[in-house]
Design a protein. Sequence first.
Length: 594
Amino acid sequence: MPQLRLALAQVNPTVGDLDGNAALVLAWAKQAREAGAHVAAFPELVLNGYPVEDLALRSSFVDASRAALDTLADDLVDGGMAELVCVVGYIDRCPETSDASTSSGQHRLGVPKGAPQNCAAVIHHGKVVARYAKHHLPNYGVFDEARYFVPGDTTQIIQVHSVDVAICICEDLWQDGPSANAKAANAGLLLVLNGSPFEADKDDVRLELVARRAAEAECTLAYVNMVGGQDELVYDGDSIVVDAKGTTLARATPFAEELLVVDLDLPAATPEMPDESQMHDGLKVARAIISSEPVPEYDPLPSPITERVPDQAEVYQAIVLGLRDYVRKNGFESVLLGMSGGIDSTLVAALACDAIGAQNVYGLSNPSDFSSDASKTDAAEQARRTGLNLDTVAIAPMVEAFQGSLHLEGLALENLQARIRAVIWMGLSNQHGHLVLACGNKSELAVGYSTIYGDAVGGFAPLKDVFKTQVWQLARWRNAAAERRDERPPIPEDVITKEPSAELSPGQKDSDSLPPYSLLDEILDDYIEKDHGSARLVADGFDRELVEKVLRLVDRAEYKRRQYPPGPKVSARNFGRDRRLPITSQWREVAPPD
């Protein structure tokens, strides 16, 4: 069997930084060449970053993408990498008018020449020797690709050292066509470029998918994925290579840039390509022969398979990576957050220290007349444990000054305190250039228990997609991880065990107006993540009055969620890109009577 050394470059591009991303490709291609690779594959749209959203609609951006690809091809030659076959994701233009209607639901009549396409370029000896346009354009969840791109109409095969390699891009793999077409073409390898965002348990789903598609295609499958944070999305990498039986041959470290190099024994290419009648989805088929001679036999490298980490570790690492990249890619050097001594702000402080270093984290304690001594001491204790910067600015004198003119009571007075704190945070942010972190969690955001222009202010919200019960789980996991490394846990135990409270009125507890978070989160998970209505929830055993109260709170708080900062997506359905509901709506979920 012919041999092929494949390098999967699991890298972290930045949206819009075409020069920086091209430099990234060059640097990792050099590592691939030094590792003796014959083919180096990079993620989906690596040259542009992903997702580019409406940038794809700008002709100047598409032109710049094409120009950057041409420059990259020249630079690969100048860098001594002419022989290396590089497969690179980028945005190109539709080469011709298309009247194709595809099985994935997109229909394009008379697409004008020059419409944007999500493409992979195969570069060799300074030339783009083959080009593949993504066929299936996802238009669900966080994806809007049918808005931006037109689908390709060709299955692209490249022959490298006598091995036929079929190429596809991300969503293509989730559909039946590419594996069927790879089988029809007798491909020895199915190479998949991906920009697949993280969500909890997705690593298991991916592994099952690539194993199933490899078995269907009857060939080895290599899956290279992006890593890094992009606004609310986090890419975890998790690049994988499996053989034709679905057995894992190599797997990359999640949440880190890595060059995954694997030696493959693959079947030799067959002389003929199938005709179009044999192709799934009515696609054409094309083959570009780069090299038909096999490489001389060599001793293969051991295949690396990274040990998987527990679920809470994955979620924690995803939030850290999303926070780090949001800070770094947007030009900040430090963050500021209000530290109340509660579990949410304490966990956010720990995440921030892990993301950008404690020396760059600025905590602010803003005690009021209702703040407990424990809240003040717990914040100070965390600062001692982690080394973050902590300052105190009491808000009582400011509240008194406002009350001299306003004379507020009840909820209005509670919200005034939260908004005074926010003014302090934003003032210091403007003065010193800190990025303010909002510390609210998904449970609070769901039911509207956040003060707009108060604790909801900020540039990024690390816990936006984390229910309250999981906040405690993550805090316990982080402390246990520290203990396993013989380090001092960053989160004081008292913070984890004490009853949650906003401390905006005498003796206030969250349980005064909400059910226990364990119960609340069960209802929220079913309603938000699974779209279960009130009748289904009551049938599942939840109290009717409680269901109607919780759902009413969730529905009425949509306007607040629209104004909340972005935060890393870690669940199957986050607030924002995944869940889009009208603010103005008279629809209410009401359970039918018994």
